[in-house]
Design a protein around this ligand. Structure first.
Ligand code: PGA
Length: 250
C-alpha cells in the first residue's frame, strides 16, 4: 500500500512569529519517524516553517494554491511561488474550502494538475456530510469526487497524488469515524482508483484518514489495511500529540 504520510493541517492557526520554534519542536518530537512527516501551514507561516525544517526529515506544505501560473488574481498564490519558497506539499479541496471558498470538483482537478506539473505533492480531500451519510450516498459521492479529481491525470502521475478521506461530520467535532467506517471508505477509494487505472497504481496511492484523529484514536485507524496515514487538524497544533500520531504510523 502507499507510503505512510502524517500531515498536519494547521488551518488558520499559529502566527508567523511562532512558526519557526514550533516546527523545530515538531522536528525534535518526531525524530526517528518511520513515515513522512508534513506540516501544512498558512501561507504567511510557510517561509519560517521551511527555514526550520531545512535539512530535517520534516516537509512543509501549503493549504491551497491557485491553478493559474500567474496574473490578475488578487490575493491568490501560485504553485511557482510555493516551489520557490521550498514547499513540497499542498492540500487541495479541503471541505472547508469547498464550503466557504467555492472550491468545486472542477477547480480541485485543475489544482491537482498544476501541483503535479510543478512537482508539488497534492493532498486531495474528499468526504461526505452527515446528511449524505445518513442518506446512504457516501460511496456514490466519494466515487464522483475521486473520478472528477483524477480526470485526465495519467497513470504515471496518479500514484503521486495523496488522497485524504475526511468525513465532514468528523472534522473538528471530536466525532471520529470508527476504524471500520474509515477503512470501508478508504478501501472503496482504492477500488475506484484500481478501476480508473490499475491495481498497482491503486496500491501505490497514499490514502489518509482525517477527522478528529488524535493521540488516543490514531493507532486503531492507522492499523487498518487501507489507511496509509492521517491529515491532522487540531492535534497537529500540539507537538507531543502530533508526535504520538507520527509514532503510530509505521
Ligand atoms: P481535525 O481536522 O483533525 O481538527 O478534525 C482535520 C482536517 O480538517 O484536516
Amino acid at each position: 500500500m502507499g507510503k505512510y504520510i502524517i500531515a498536519g493541517n494547521w488551518k488558520m492557526n499559529k502566527l508567523p512569529s511562532e512558526t519557526y520554534d514550533f516546527v523545530k519542536e515538531v522536528v525534535e518530537a518526531t525524530k526517528g519517524a518511520e513515515c513522512e512527516v508534513v506540516c501544512c501551514t498558512p501561507y504567511v507561516c510557510l517561509a519560517p516553517a521551511v527555514e526550520a525544517a531545512k535539512g530535517t526529515h520534516v516537509k512543509i506544505g501549503a493549504e491551497n494554491l491557485h491553478f493559474e501560473d500567474s496574473g490578475a488574481y488578487t490575493g491568490e498564490v501560485s504553485a511557482d511561488m510555493l516551489v520557490d519558497l521550498g514547499v513540497d506539499y499542498v492540500i487541495i479541496g479541503h471541505s472547508e474550502r469547498r464550503a466557504y471558498n467555492n472550491e468545486t470538483d472542477e477547480t480541485v482537478n485543475k489544482k491537482i494538475k498544476k501541483a503535479l506539473a510543478k512537482c508539488l505533492v497534492p493532498i486531495v480531500c474528499v468526504g461526505e456530510s452527515l446528511e449524505e451519510r445518513e442518506a446512504g450516498i457516501t460511496m456514490d459521492l466519494i466515487t464522483i469526487q475521486i473520478k472528477k479529481a483524477f480526470a485526465e491525470i495519467p497513470a504515471e502521475d496518479a500514484a503521486k497524488v495523496v488522497v485524504a478521506y475526511e468525513p465532514i461530520w468528523a472534522i473538528g467535532t471530536g466525532k471520529t469515524a470508527t476504524d471500520d467506517q474509515a477503512e470501508e471508505v478508504c478501501g472503496a477509494i482504492r477500488k475506484v482508483l484500481a478501476a480508473l487505472y490499475n491495481e498497482s497504481v491503486a496500491a501505490d496511492v497514499t490514502i489518509q484518514y482525517g477527522g478528529s484523529m488524535n493521540a488516543k484514536n490514531c493507532a486503531g485507524l492507522l492499523a487498518k489495511e487501507n489507511i496509509d496515514g492521517g491529515l491532522i487538524g487540531g492535534a497537529s497544533l500540539k507537538a507531543p500529540d502530533f508526535a504520538t500520531i507520527v509514532a503510530a504510523a509505521k
